[in-house]
Design a protein around this ligand. Structure first.
Ligand code: HEM
Length: 149
């Protein structure tokens, strides 16, 4: 009788452990994974940069950069987003303040950038929850990027 009880308790313990484990695994999907991983982030970055570099107000920041420099900036942004969203990338570029100081980015440039980013995320049908998380992460960078409020 006692042995049966002990086996029953062990089974209940193992069951609760497994259920808790899988619930935790579900919760622990990183934003990077929920966005679709590296290729999805790279496609989002390309669409977003395409919008910025052809926008009448924003393109002034990117004129004069060689094709290779543009590729480097693009790769840094992909890696930055990958690392910032919990992905397996190492970001080896400069910190945001160092990379943007002196460009004279204004509050209006920032607002336009966020608008383009939202348009990109909508184009890729990123769900509201993930869109909110991306925008919240980006908004934390504003103080280091904008020089003229
Ligand atoms: C108004 C908004 C922004 C403008 C006009 C802008 C413009 C630029 C420009 C012109 C560069 C190249 C700087 C250089 O090589 O001398 C750059 C680099 C970079 N930007 Fe932005 N940026 C903006 C917002 C952002 C945001 C929101 C992010 C975050 C995803 C970001 C991430 C980066 C990264 C990772 C680099 C590369 C840093 C490096 O080369 O070490 N930028 N940005």
């Amino acid at each position: 009788m006692q042995r049966k009880l002990a086996l029953g308790l062990l089974a209940a313990f193992l069951l609760s452990f497994c259920t808790a484990g899988s619930a935790q695994a579900k919760q622990e999907k990183t934003l990077y994974q929920r966005l679709g991983g590296y290729d999805a982030l790279a496609a989002v970055t390309d669409d977003f940069l395409g919008r910025l570099t052809t926008d009448a107000q924003m393109k002034r920041f990117f004129v004069g950069a060689s094709t290779d420099s543009q590729k480097k900036i693009r790769q840094h942004i992909v890696d930055f987003l990958c690392a910032a969203t919990g992905g397996p990338c190492a970001y080896i570029g400069r910190d945001m303040k160092t990379a943007h100081t002196g460009l004279g980015i204004t509050g209006s440039d920032w607002d336009l950038t966020v608008k383009h980013l939202v348009a990109t995320l909508d184009k890729f049908k990123v769900p509201e929850k993930e869109k909110g998380e991306v925008l919240a992460a980006i908004s934390g960078l504003k103080k280091d990027i904008v020089e003229q409020p």
